[in-house]
Design a protein around this ligand. Structure first.
Ligand code: PXP
Length: 260
């Protein structure tokens, strides 16, 4: 299973101070040396972390393929087509959100979405749709959009896992709607894991390539890594958070070992 490392959070730290440090280009060779197989970045409409010039520089300097996450906004799609990353992953975006909160609404009548997919294909950029793990969305991704990849949103699984097995429930960041008894959380977690397995298997049968990501960390990644039909994981926050204490290379090596 391949590992894509999302390096947005390095840019978050840089932008917090408005300086040119930490340097994203410096991270590229460390990711490669540590066993990452892809660099993932998200060019958000609000440019809160990755900037246009970062995308250009990363594409120019990375020996690893670059997976560029982006919204379906026509201006962003034009930028993506001019920069030509290896892959574009279309994600939903809300200005006020802390991170990508859910999968794309795969509305086949949404002109912007249909045109974004077509334009990326015309520009020979691999297209991935970041979707909720539902049968309807997997079918639509294949049968209507006929994309190369889907990325299954693991946010629900990750939230349930954290509320059940970490200290999150006792912290300021407890997820209110998941403040449930342990038995209910466990049942919901098991159900979500089974759902991810069957949606990934279905996608594979339909000849879609399957990635997964969001909220994956050193505790919850093992069960996801066992799903044979998932080809790739994209992981950011947990790796960059650990790198503060261990350095980036070790943080990636540790994640690689868990996945392997
Ligand atoms: N995959 C996609 C499509 C994402 O939008 C994100 C978050 O930017 C990730 C993976 C990585 O999520 P995390 O930072 O929670 O590991």
């Amino acid at each position: 299973m391949k590992l894509g490392v999302n390096i947005d959070h390095i840019a978050v730290l840089r932008e917090a101070r408005g300086v040119n440090n930490p340097n994203l280009i410096y991270a590229l060779s460390i990711c490669e040396k540590a066993g990452a197989e892809q660099i993932t970045i998200h060019l958000r409409e609000d440019r809160r972390h990755i900037q246009d010039k970062d995308v250009q520089d990363i594409i120019n300097h990375s020996v690893l393929p670059v997976n560029l996450e982006c919204a379906i906004d026509p201006k962003i799609i034009d930028i993506v087509c001019s920069l030509k990353p290896h892959r574009a992953t279309l994600v939903p975006e809300k200005r006020e959100e802390v991170t990508t909160e859910g999968g794309l609404l795969l509305d086949t009548t949404n002109k912007k979405l249909v045109e974004a997919v077509e334009k990326l294909k015309q520009n020979e950029i691999e297209v991935s749709l970041f979707i909720e793990p539902t049968q309807k969305d997997v079918d639509t991704a294949k049968c209507f959009f006929n994309v190369d990849w889907i990325e299954l949103h693991t946010g629900k699984y990750s939230n349930l896992y954290s509320m059940l097995y970490s200290n999150l429930a006792h912290s300021n960041h407890s997820i209110k709607e998941l403040e449930l008894d342990r038995k209910s959380l466990k049942q919901m977690l098991d159900k979500e894991l089974k759902n991810l397995i069957s949606m990934s298997d279905l996608a594979k049968e339909l000849k879609l390539k399957v990635a997964a990501g969001h909220g994956l960390n050193y505790q919850n990644v093992k069960d996801i890594a066992k799903i044979e039909t998932i080809e790739e994981l994209n992981i950011g926050q947990s790796i960059i958070a650990r790198s503060i204490f261990t350095g980036l290379e070790k943080a990636i090596i540790d994640m690689r070992e868990l996945i392997d």
